[in-house]
Design a protein around this ligand. Structure first.
Ligand SMILES: [Zn+2]
Length: 284
């Protein structure tokens, strides 16, 4: 019986791949599974895409689409993944407490899953619409631990707009700086992460990188791994790029360091390290 028959019956074969495994092993497992769809975190799938690009390999399977979530999805990462896997990427917005809250449609709009969650946006303590503010979430399905008007720490904007896909649910946007507070170090340093992605990672000079900032604003370190086009002059170019942004700050460069990850190997390219005895705040 063809697989498609089972899909029509709602019986979809699923495979789970450990995100802590090296990209090479994950790629082998995915190829052997031959998925129609892939779901994962942007940093995980990006590593696999970068490995294929580095080796000049094709995916070896024909995915119809890739659904990404759990981390900030930048345009650089989206382009790399779409061009490597030859399929469309769909973004998803969720948080661990409420799970899925919005899915991107084929026209690029992130529609709220309004049968699962009720979303609001507040600014200065007051509800706003079509304005950027803090998200307030109410689960419509969790009965054992109901979360009502729960502020999950993320920011965004809700708007109503007609979409050609036919979905009339509200559209969520501007969630890029979620968990970044006003006046935080991270908001200040976000452009540097974009610069590193566009000028170094996109060109395969750098592999993964993580910029760690001390909460007191007096220390920073750039942890990175080499990409295939890394050369002897790359460290100096990196130093220069960072010095242009913050000339007074001596930024420590650490190669091949172990990257800090949140639970489930969630990865952030920008972290603020609080003083000892305080929990570390992970930022996107
Ligand atoms: Zn739509």
């Amino acid at each position: 019986m063809p697989t498609r028959f089972y899909h029509r019956m709602g019986m979809v074969k699923r495979g789970w791949f450990d995100q802590s495994f090296p990209a090479e092993l994950q790629l082998q497992q995915i190829r052997s599974f031959q998925p129609d769809w892939l779901m994962g975190m942007p940093s995980t799938i990006r590593r696999i895409a970068a490995l294929m690009r580095q080796r000049g390999e094709q995916p070896g399977f024909a995915a119809r689409g890739i659904v990404l979530g759990g981390e900030l999805l930048t345009e650089t990462t989206r382009e790399l993944i779409e061009s490597s896997f030859h399929c469309r990427v769909y973004n998803r917005y969720s948080c661990v407490e409420l799970w899925a809250m919005a899915y991107e449609c084929r026209h690029g709009n992130l529609h709220v899953e309004d049968d699962l969650v009720h979303l609001e946006v507040i600014k200065d303590g007051l509800p706003v619409f079509q304005e950027h503010g803090q998200l307030v979430c109410t689960s419509l399905i969790h009965r054992h631990l109901p979360l009502i008007r729960y502020q999950n720490g993320d920011e965004g904007k809700l708007s109503s707009q007609s979409c050609s896909c036919g979905n009339t649910a509200l559209v969520l946007s501007e969630i890029g700086d979620y968990r970044v507070r006003e006046n935080s170090l991270a908001r200040l340093w976000s452009p540097v992460v974009t610069l590193l992605e566009n000028s170094f990672q996109r060109n395969f000079v750098l592999g993964e990188f993580q910029l760690r900032l001390a909460a007191d604003g007096h220390g920073a370190s750039l942890h990175y791994e080499r990409g295939p086009r890394f050369t002897a002059s790359t460290p100096q170019a990196l130093r220069q790029a960072l010095a242009d942004f913050a000339p007074e700050l001596n930024i420590e460069m650490v190669e091949n360091a172990r990257f800090d990850t949140e639970m489930s190997f969630k990865f952030s390219p920008l972290t603020v390290v609080n003083p000892p005895n305080c929990s570390r705040m992970l930022l996107h």
